[in-house]
Design a protein around this ligand. Structure first.
Ligand code: ATP
Ligand code: MG
Length: 578
């Protein structure tokens, strides 16, 4: 491809509204454009990279014995009603009606559709195992779309589904997929971890997330160097507080104190000259419209995965959607601005974290502007509906397996595999006769990879001040030829000849045939991140040489003109076979 005709609208300046480096660089280098919030167009270079990612995943899925299919984007509500997720999926589901007013959704995932296929067309256990996959555009009305391709409302996912007769078979399928995922993420050159993940309301303990290590990752991973256990913090098992309140402790009477402008835990600690461990913070959540208060020790944060699980298992409160109340809602519910919420006198359920249980005479907000209570005690001043572990692990927390402290790193979740059991096959009645003649629901697994998120994650791990540094596997083109003086006929001819030869050899090559200064060509080649550069200049040519540059290391070598083609091809081959 010639850069003079390639549609690659690069920009000099960082876009103002992009926060993370992958978003900035993909916009600047002309890979993507935002069409709506969380909705992106892929320009020619961006689309080539997406297709590279898809192709590697496809090769490894095929190798693992999965078969490619294509299921529809629009899905009838009936299937979602059967599984119970028409209600449970909440506002993330894009819903619409057809001309006859029948309800549909834009697929955020395809368990229902694939299970519907399986129940009609898998007639005998002899057809099993079956593993199907697709590359599909998914739609999720994310509450906080951000970071460009990382969290979109429309994005491409590879999703796969396995069907087996029994648990042993399903676990085998899971292991095959897990191994395929390891190969895939190695081929992309990622530094990543497979970590144990939360299984939400599906239960079971077999789920792994594949996390690309990056500062900008939205996920926090707790890993224990001692036991080797690594898990998303949402799931990581920590040694919990088991202490009860000292029965001999004197429970003082609560006292209201005027605390002007004391809003944050840090403000409270300054004002009362105390430690965050003596303060209890109160957070207001809305679970399907119903308010719930959560009390945590001042230095802790809530894990809403645990909160959701607790509400579902131990209370009548339904929580298909669980969200922290907005400032406005908190104001209405506590009759005080944010920062002054407390458990005393609330007219809705208060759930208390285990770490608060041993505390006595603690400080809380007074549900009144500029007021806090001191010497508050549970049982005496307010009655919790229950105590439970609600907190996120944090530095200092101890691994439940080894008794040693966890280390924490940030990650970008690029894949998620899940042993589902019979959740969907039972709900949709996808049953088979086993060898014993008895009818039972098939066992399922589901396996997702964020195709477009991988493009962003790769940039997060591979860039410098000058731009993107693609690994060969994702690069839209492998090599770019830069004729440095377009007015010099020898230079131009040499570049054209090499371009033709590399193309003939099947190489994915760019030729920067624009009439620009060398400096501008260098800048663009670096920005768009092409792994190999061949600079052809009049001075070098006189000695029969060209310059060969490796983008990742910046190393430049003089190579004899008659060897450059083989050199380039050899480098590409070596990088792709790694
Ligand atoms: P997250 O916790 O990041 O929201 P998820 O658990 O909802 O992810 P899955 O439903 O398991 O994700 O989807 C499979 C994969 O699809 C994820 O591992 C991720 O790589 C990708 N993915 C999920 N949501 C998005 C999104 N909004 N934008 C881009 N990729 C996404
Ligand atoms: Mg999600």
């Amino acid at each position: 491809m010639r850069l003079s005709t390639l549609f690659v609208p690069t920009r000099k300046e960082d876009p103002a509204d992009a926060e993370v480096i992958s978003h900035k660089l993909l916009l600047r280098a002309g890979y993507i454009r935002m069409t709506a919030r969380g909705v992106y167009s892929f320009l020619p270079l961006g689309w080539r990279s997406v297709r590279k990612v898809e192709q590697i995943i496809r090769e490894e899925m095929d190798r693992a014995g999965a078969q490619e299919v294509r299921m529809p984007t629009m899905q009838p509500a009936e299937l979602w009603q059967e599984s119970g997720r028409w209600a449970a999926y909440g506002s993330d589901l894009f819903r619409f009606k057809d001309r006859k007013s029948a309800d549909f959704a834009l697929g955020p995932t395809h368990e229902e559709v694939v299970t519907d296929i399986a129940r009609h067309d898998i007639a005998s256990y002899k057809q099993l195992p079956v593993m199907l996959y697709q590359m599909q555009t998914k739609f999720r009305d994310e509450p906080r779309p951000r970071f460009g391709l990382m969290r979109g409302r429309e994005f491409i996912m590879k999703d796969a589904y396995s069907f087996d007769l029994d648990e042993a078979g399903a676990k085998k399928s899971y292991a095959i997929m897990r191994a395929a995922y390891e190969r895939i993420f190695s081929r992309f050159g990622f530094e990543y971890r497979a970590v144990e993940a939360d299984t939400g309301n599906i239960g079971g303990d077999l789920s792994h997330e594949f996390q690309v290590l990056a500062e900008t990752g939205e996920d926090l991973i707790a890993s224990c160097p001692e036991s080797g256990y690594a898990a998303n913090v949402e799931k990581a098992e920590i040694v919990l507080e088991t202490a009860d309140r000292d029965p001999g402790a004197e429970l003082l009477d609560k006292e209201m104190i005027e605390t002007p402008k004391v809003r944050t835990i840090a403000d409270v600690c300054d004002f009362f000259e105390c430690s965050p461990t003596e303060v209890v913070k109160t957070l207001i959540f809305i679970a399907d419209g119903q308010p719930v208060a959560v009390c945590m020790r001042g230095d802790h944060t809530v894990n809403d995965v645990k909160l959701k699980a607790y509400l579902e298992e131990h209370t009548e409160i339904s929580c298909n959607e669980l969200e922290l109340a907005s400032e406005e809602e908190t104001g209405k519910l506590t009759k005080a601005p944010v920062g002054f919420a407390g458990p005393v006198g609330l007219e809705f359920p208060v759930i208390v974290d285990l770490s608060v249980k041993p505390m006595v005479n603690f400080i809380v907000g007074a549900n009144k502007k500029n007021m806090h209570f001191k010497n508050v005690n549970w049982g005496k001043d307010f009655t919790p509906v229950g105590f439970t572990d609600l907190r996120m692990p944090q530095p200092g927390d101890i691994c439940a397996r080894s008794g040693k402290p966890y280390e924490f790193v940030r990650g970008i979740e690029v894949g998620h595999i899940f042993y589902l059991g019979n959740k969907y096959t039972k709900a949709l009645n996808a049953s088979l006769q086993g060898e014993d003649g008895k009818l039972k629901p098939m066992e399922m697994g589901c396996y997702g990879i964020g195709v477009t998120r991988i493009v962003a994650a790769s940039v997060e791990q591979n860039h410098d001040d000058n731009g993107i540094i693609w690994p060969m596997a994702i690069a839209p083109y492998h090599v770019v030829i830069l004729p440095l003086q377009m007015k010099n006929e020898d230079v131009v001819k040499c570049a054209e000849d090499l371009y033709a030869e590399l193309q003939a050899a099947g190489c994915e090559v760019l030729l920067d045939d624009r009439d620009l200064r060398a400096g501008n060509k260098f800048k663009d080649a670096d920005l768009i991140g092409i792994p190999l550069h061949v600079n052809i200049g009049s001075r070098g040519l006189k000695g029969g040489n060209v310059e060969f540059k490796v983008r990742a290391t910046g190393e430049v070598e003089e190579i004899a003109l008659d060897q450059i083609k083989d050199h380039v091809l050899g480098q590409i081959k070596a990088a792709l076979n790694k």
